[in-house]
Structures are given as structure tokens and as C-alpha cells.
Write a protein that binds this ligand. Structure first.
Ligand code: ADP
Ligand code: TZD
Length: 570
């Protein structure tokens, strides 16, 4: 319809969307076809773009989001109107909350029908629905505006604090024609989409003065620091200052987790004891106990915060030295005067080393156990060892216990290789992130999934097989959400709220589509299966049987559960 019949002197909305994306080196679309975008997807492929088709839009959106995080270029997700759009919206909101750049492009019904609520096929006022959940939302109404509209969407997604952008394309826009010459001129290649933002000198001096006076300094690296791709400068800052550092979950690997200055194994100790904390691309949200309370010890902290967003400062506690700019430029500015910084005291470094050793010894005892069925620690010990031998592997991780223990146990050695439930603690990112990471990097992916977590996006194993992606899914199968032991106290045959079918064989799911399934019950079997699957570079799913009594409710978030008097007392 779009390619064949077009007069060579004319172009149309379909072609202009593709031309505008390609002009900005956006060559991959994650999406799901239907009215009115099927031909757009076909045309994208015919014009040399990669189109990765999913089974549910949320997973396509998550793939786009993680691709944005990995590349600093907005990931593109394409959906149909109303329900397709809404399915994608969760991913758009999640991307925005996590500061990942992506653009959700949805087809939509004509304005005149939507605005008079005349009941179109999949009618919805998508633009207004999207607005509260993203960084920016635009609609393009005229074919000649497609170039500028896409430029605007790109810039909004990646400049400043990155986030999700919604772009609304009414069906009639796609078939509108203009002259080919006019069309060509209307395409915009965005110049300097991620402009450097240099921090003010006085802000840098204020930060350095506080660091110079610190007795027990600590650097906290967040996923903003990983996103910024300022790896060498961040490493130089850590190593030349000698300050111990803590990586947030997705900043693991920014410096290798076995780095001597990593304080991960003494996390509680350093958070409580540090007197000056330098935050680099990390927010003081719930993941850091809002910067206050027991976690942070008795003495008030002095905070220095490097961030691109000025309104992040003072969000939870007072920040004494905000340094506003892009992380590369800010870290660089601190490095200029790094020689004048006294090294942290031997007492502080020694106390951390002592804690680390003690904690690692204690953890090591549990890690070395090899029960059958496995518990979380023994299975994750295997994953840890296999990842150590394959440091290029991208690791996707979600679940409750599966997430919390994996973060603590499995070391990362390279930046931007760990993708997890993130700022929301969301379930359902698994297969979308895995596919996005595999397509974007071309490198193997291991997705370590709680059995509940896997269920949110499990149908995408067909997508993994269809595109023959080097993804190994490891399902930690303990028969339920958190654990598999709950029973319905009434004796009724309906299962308890947290449990699933016992002894399910998730490995058979991937076999239905030609992938390789493994069923393992011991650490030796898991090690052999995972090693083989990564080396094969083909779709695989390992059903790893975990003791159904292992783990705790809500993993390490037990404290966030409101007291459940009636059921808990029983
Ligand atoms: P984590 O969950 O790892 O603690 P957050 O997502 O809470 O990390 O924080 C990331 C922070 O990084 C956000 O406040 C965001 O504004 C900031 N950020 C993202 N990219 C950059 C950048 N290039 N330069 C400076 N700050 C950035
Ligand atoms: N829905 C969504 C979208 N996100 C959520 N975080 C939840 C529900 C609630 N939830 C958690 O916070 S963890 C979890 C749910 C349902 C699953 C935990 O079970 P699991 O993991 O099997 O994935 P473990 O490792 O067995 O604990």
C-alpha cells in the first residue's frame, strides 16, 4: 500500500517517519503491528531498519527503554492505538521513572472522532492519557511536521534528565502526501542531542572543600553514573581520591565489583558511618532510605550531589553541595583539583576492610553449600562463577529474593551490563530487557528470573526463539511468589494467593518454539547447563528448582509490607 503505489515525485507520512528516524541513526524499532501501523512496520523493514516484533507491547517498550539506557539514544517502541498504546504506557512510565530515554510512537484515531467521542475503532485520547506518565508528549498532525516532530521527541528524551517521550501519530497523517522534495527538506538531523552541561566553578569548589574536610568519605554511584558513559573519569576519581565507593544495583560493574575500594560487602557499615557522601547519578529515594533514619546512622551526613537535574537536589534531605551538570563534566571538574585532596585515613579504610572480610566470610559459608533442591545462595553462587568466566554477558534480573540475593552475590565486571527492576522495583521487565539488551549489544544475555517475575513476560520466549537471540533465561522455580509453601487456611481447593502449580516445567515452554530447555535440581547441573547455553549462543531456558521453603516474603522489603494481622497471626 505505501511503497508500491506512490508517485516518485511524492512522499507520504509512512516514508517520512522512517526517513526521520534513520536520519538520526535510529535504526531499530521494537513494536507490535496492527491498525494503523502495520504498513509502517513493513516499510521500516523494507527500508533496512530492524523491526523486532513482540507478543505484548509492554515488553517491546521495555526493550526500547533498556536500549536507550545502553546507548544514550532513545529506544523506539511502536504500538497500535488505545489498548496497544496503554500496554506500552507502563513501559514508558517505567522508563521515565528510571531516567531511560525512549520514544513511544502510537498510531491513533482521527481527532474529530476522538474529540466528539463518536466511538471509533480503538478510540482514545492518547496524548492526554500519556502526559502524566512521561517527560514530554507531542502529536504530529501534518506530514511536513514529521521531521521536526521526531527531532523534538529525540531531544526531549535524551537531553537533561533522560526519560520517556510519547509521540502520537493519527492514522491519516501516515497516508498524507507532500512532494518528495519538500519531504526531504523537512527531515531534521538533531545537532548535539545530549549537550554537555558544565558545572559552575563555585559549585565545584564548594564540593571539593567539603571533601577535603571529610574524615570518613564515601562515593555512591547510581545508574545515572553508568548511563553517563564517563567510565574512565569516574574510575580516575575513585582511584585518585582513594575514597571507598558503593555502587547502586545497576551501577555494579561501572568499576569491577572486585575492586579493592568497593565497599559493597560493608554496605550497612559505610552508610551508617560515613560523614561525607558524594552522590554521583543516584537519587536519595526509597532505595537509599531517603537519605535519613537508621540506615544512615546517628550523625547527620554532609551530602554532595552530582546530577543533571537541579530539582533533584534537596528532594529528601538538605544537600550541602549540589554540583549540577552532566556527570562527565562534573567528575572532570573535580578531577582537576584532585591532587589537593588528602587521602582517607587508614583507620576508615581499615575498618571497612575488616567489615568486608567478616561479612564475606559469613556469606561464603552459605554460598558453598550445595543442597538439592538448591537454595537461592547456592544457585546464585553458580551464576556468580559462570558470569566471572563470561564478563561480557548482560545480566537481567527480577524477582524478590532472586533480585535481592543476585544483586548481593553476583559480581559484575563491566559497565552497563546489569539491568533490573530498578527504581520502581517492577516485575515484568525480564524478557523485554533481555531482548533489548541482546539486540542492542549482540552479546549473550542471562536473565535470572523469579518464577513469578518470569510469568509477567514469559510469552516472549517465542520472540527470543523467532529472532534466534543468544538469551539464556534461568527461572528460579520455588513454586510461587516469594515462596511456594502457603496454603489456603479454609481448606477450599482454591490455591493460596502466593502459590503456583507445583513442580512446573518452565523449560518446556521454550521447547515449544524450538529453543533448548534444561531442568536442573543441583548446582552441578545448573553450572553445566548455564555454561553450555552461554557457549551455544542460542535461545535456552533453565528451569532451576529452588527449595520452596527458601527465601523470605518480599525478599529484603519485608519492612514495606503493612502488618497483616489476621493471616500472619494464624
Ligand atoms: P539509582 O537507582 O542507581 O540510585 P537513580 O535512577 O535514582 O539511580 O538516579 C539517577 C540520577 O542520575 C537521576 O537523578 C538523573 O537525573 C541522573 N542522571 C542521569 N543521567 C545523567 C547525566 N548524564 N549526568 C548527570 N546526571 C544524570
Ligand atoms: N506487580 C508488579 C508489576 N510489580 C511488582 N513488584 C509486584 C507486582 C509485586 N511483586 C514484587 O514486588 S516481587 C514479586 C511480585 C509479584 C514476585 C516475587 O516472586 P518471584 O521471586 O517468584 O518472582 P522470588 O525470588 O521467588 O522471591
Amino acid at each position: 500500500m505505501t511503497t508500491d503505489n506512490l508517485n516518485p515525485h511524492l512522499t507520504d507520512g509512512f516514508h517520512l517517519v522512517i526517513d526521520a528516524l534513520k536520519a538520526n541513526d535510529l535504526n531499530t524499532i521494537f513494536g507490535l503491528v496492527g491498525i494503523p501501523i502495520t504498513d509502517l512496520c513493513r516499510l521500516a523493514q523494507a527500508e533496512g531498519m530492524h523491526f523486532i516484533g513482540f507478543r505484548h507491547e509492554q515488553n517491546a517498550g521495555n526493550a526500547a527503554a533498556i536500549s536507550g539506557y545502553m546507548t544514550q539514544k532513545p529506544g523506539i517502541c511502536l504500538t497500535v492505538s488505545a489498548p496497544g498504546f496503554l500496554n506500552g504506557l507502563t513501559a514508558l512510565a517505567n522508563a521515565t521513572v528510571n531516567c531511560f530515554p525512549m520514544i513511544l510512537i502510537s498510531g491513533s484515531s482521527e481527532r474529530e472522532i476522538v474529540d466528539l467521542q463518536q466511538g471509533d475503532y480503538e478510540e482514545m485520547d492518547q496524548l492526554n492519557a500519556a502526559k502524566p506518565y512521561c517527560k514530554a508528549a507531542y502529536r504530529i498532525n501534518k506530514a511536513e511536521d514529521i521531521g521536526i516532530g521526531i527531532a523534538r521527541a529525540i531531544r526531549a528524551a535524551v537531553s537533561g534528565r533522560p526519560g520517556g517521550v510519547y509521540l502520537d501519530l493519527p492514522a491519516q497523517l501516515l497516508s498524507q502526501t507532500i512532494t518528495a522534495e519538500h519531504g526531504k527538506k523537512s527531515i531534521v538531523r538533531v545537532v548535539d542531542p545530549v549537550p554537555r552541561q558544565i558545572p559552575a566553578q563555585d559549585a565545584v569548589k564548594r564540593a571539593m572543600d567539603i571533601l577535603k574536610g571529610a574524615k570518613r568519605p564515601l562515593i555512591l554511584l547510581g545508574k545515572g553514573a553508568a548511563y553517563a558513559q564517563a567510565d574512565a573519569d569516574i574510575r580516575a576519581l575513585v582511584e585518585q581520591s582513594g575514597i571507598p565507593y558503593l555502587p547502586m544495583s545497576m551501577a555494579k560493574g561501572l568499576l569491577p565489583d572486585n575492586h579493592p575500594q568497593s565497599a559493597s560487602a560493608a554496605r550497612s557499615y559505610v552508610l551508617a558511618e560515613a560523614d561525607v557522601v558524594l552522590l554521583i547519578g543516584a537519587r536519595l529515594n526509597w532505595l537509599l532510605a531517603h537519605g535519613k533514619g537508621k540506615t544512615w546512622g546517628k550523625e547527620p551526613k554532609r551530602f554532595i550531589q552530582i546530577d543533571i537535574s537541579p530539582t533533584e537536589v534537596d528532594s529528601n534531605v538538605a544537600i550541602e553541595a549540589p554540583v549540577i551538570g552532566d556527570i562527565g563534566s562534573c567528575v572532570n571538574a573535580l578531577l582537576a583539583d584532585i591532587a589537593s585532596l588528602p587521602k582517607p585515613s587508614a583507620e576508615w579504610i581499615g575498618a571497612i576492610a575488616e567489615r568486608k572480610e567478616k561479612n564475606m566470610k559469613k556469606m561464603g559459608l552459605t554460598l558453598d553449600e550445595a543442597p538439592s533442591p538448591m537454595h537461592f545462595h547456592s544457585a546464585l553462587r553458580v551464576i556468580r562463577d559462570v558470569i566471572k568466566k563470561n564478563p561480557d554477558v548482560n545480566l537481567v534480573n527480577e524477582g524478590a529474593n532472586t533480585l535481592d540475593y543476585c544483586r548481593a552475590i553476583v559480581d559484575m565486571y563491566k559497565p552497563r551490563k546489569r539491568f533490573d527492576s530498578g527504581t520502581w522495583g517492577i516485575m515484568g521487565i525480564g524478557m523485554g530487557y533481555a531482548i533489548g539488551a541482546a539486540v542492542t549489544s549482540g552479546l549473550p544475555v542471562v536473565a535470572v528470573e523469579g518464577d513469578s517475575a518470569f510469568g509477567f513476560s514469559g510469552m516472549e520466549v517465542e520472540t527470543i526463539c523467532r529472532y534466534k537471540l543468544p538469551i539464556t533465561v534461568v527461572v528460579f522455580n520455588n513454586n510461587g511468589v516469594y515462596r511456594g509453601t502457603d496454603v489456603n487456611p479454609t481448606g477450599h481447593h482454591h490455591a493460596a494467593p502466593t502459590v503456583f502449580v507445583k513442580n512446573a516445567r518452565y523449560d518446556k515452554m521454550i521447547e515449544a518454539f524450538g529453543g533448548k530447555g534444561y531442568h536442573v535440581t543441583s548446582t552441578d547441573q545448573l553450572e553445566a547447563a548455564l555454561t553450555e547455553a552461554i557457549a551455544a549462543g542460542k535461545p535456552a531456558l533453565i528451569n532451576a528448582v529452588i527449595d520452596e521453603t527458601a527465601g523470605t516474603e518480599s525478599g529484603r522489603l519485608t519492612n514495606l509490607n503493612p502488618a497483616a494481622g489476621a493471616t500472619k497471626k494464624a
